[in-house]
Design a protein around this ligand. Structure first.
Ligand code: DI6
Ligand code: FE
Length: 409
């Protein structure tokens, strides 16, 4: 995130009234006669209108009885990348396996080639429609990962593109360094050299340029081992950067417990977790980020053990995982629907998963994710009556308006 310089003029106070209010604070019920008061970009009050601090307000906005939630947060995306894999989608429909596609030059390597071919400006231009699709559904904060450059220079370019997006739209962007996403072909059989020559120096360079908010990796048989990820996490800790991990997506490799051991902000995917993994996440306070779009797109049949995650009290988040290979999904509302329909999450779990818990998965709990005094005035106003309507529809967008840092978009 880049810091914004506050203007010298006193902040305008605004009161939004006549709404059904979901603050998404722990234990909070829906408030029928809701009001939100903000000074500039900060919330001063969110609660019953009758208990709001007294006027004068510079501006009063009547929300016509609509539902208001915190702006949504997509806490796991790869929206910066080159090209697409629609051709591969067709090959898979015709019966080709993932391996056959990879051998034909497809798979993640094709996206790496397409990404390396683009300038920062071109990466930005290709990401903008995806960003706009997410914003149109009331999203106010988006995490964006690198991981399709896999050279020092191109990983930094991906992060520069992600940062630039924040200057082009009213949105908060959180960047994650994911050079440990795949082993590039030029380092085939030289795994350690890739980490020594690209991943670690790239992390230092990206950090020095202020491009990194967190460090991630893909811990999987086809990607990086636990020991390799441990080295990268140790370096992240030395730089004071929080970590997260793609863990247990395709098989059980022990990534979840590694993430918990390093007090990761989140462990993501988790289709193959075991009970002890859920216990470790709970003990570490690590958020479980569920990515039903990837589960759906690769036709996975093993579901994450939601019962175990609940039993241990793990905080659950939901994200799109928007990426060209395994989750070409640019709808967080649809991700919520999939979380409910495919994984059996409740509506309340879906809502908290794209607000409060998603903020926590990004280390942003003090800034956004709930509507309460002191936080950023990031809100979504919906043309619905019941919260369940946000998870229930498929391919319908009921957003009325979006407010980001107190400004109605
Ligand atoms: N898990 C995934 O599903 C994607 N990356 C990851 O770590 C796959 C990315 C791709 O196929 O392009
Ligand atoms: Fe991912």
């Amino acid at each position: 995130m880049t810091a914004t310089v506050s203007a010298a003029t006193p902040p305008v106070s605004q009161l939004w009234r006549n709404c059904r209010l979901l603050t998404m604070m722990e234990g909070a019920e829906i408030i029928e006669d809701g009001a939100i008061l903000a000074a500039g970009e900060r919330i001063l009050y969110a609660g019953r209108a009758t208990a709001a601090p007294p006027a004068p307000y510079a501006r009063i906005i009547d929300l016509g009885g609509r539902l208001v939630t915190p702006a949504l947060i997509d806490c796991h995306t790869h929206i910066v990348h080159g090209g697409n894999r629609a051709r591969e989608f067709e090959m898979r429909l015709a019966g080709a396996s993932y391996l056959e596609i990879a051998q034909a030059g497809g798979g993640i390597v094709s996206t790496v080639n397409a990404t390396r071919a683009l300038s920062v400006a071109e990466l930005v231009a290709q990401a903008l429609p995806r960003l706009d699709a997410l914003l149109s559904e009331g999203v106010g904060t988006i995490e964006i990962k690198s991981g399709y450059g896999l050279t020092l220079a191109t990983e930094l370019d991906m992060l520069r593109a992600a940062r630039r997006l924040e200057t082009l739209r009213p949105v908060r962007i959180v960047t994650t360094y994911l050079a440990a996403h795949a082993l590039p072909p030029e380092y085939k059989d030289r795994r350690e050299a890739y980490i020594d020559e690209v991943v670690l120096p790239g992390l230092a360079a990206a950090h020095a340029e202020g491009l990194v908010d967190a460090v991630d990796g893909f811990c999987e048989t086809i990607a990086f081992t636990r020991d390799e990820m441990a080295r990268i996490f140790t370096r992240a800790a030395e730089l004071g950067l929080p970590v997260k991990l793609h863990a247990e997506q395709l098989s059980h490799c022990g990534g979840t417990r590694l993430a918990a051991h390093h007090k990761a902000l989140s462990a993501d995917h988790l289709e193959y977790i075991e009970d002890a993994d859920a216990a470790a996440l709970a003990a570490a306070g690590t958020v479980a980020v569920l990515l039903p779009g990837a589960f759906y797109a690769i036709r996975e049949t093993k579901k994450p053990d939601i019962a175990a995650l609940r039993r241990h009290g793990v905080a659950l988040a939901i994200a799109t995982d928007c990426n060209p290979g395994t989750s070409p999904l640019t709808s967080l509302l649809l991700a919520m629907n999939m979380g409910a329909t495919l994984f059996g999450l409740t509506v309340a779990e879906c809502l908290v998963g794209v607000t409060r818990n998603a903020a926590r998965a990004l280390g942003l709990s003090a800034e956004t994710g709930t509507l309460e005094a002191g936080k950023s005035a990031d809100m979504a106003v919906w043309d619905v009556r019941e919260p369940a309507e946000l998870a229930y529809r498929i391919g319908f967008n009921p957003l009325h308006s979006r407010i980001f840092k107190g400004q109605t978009i």
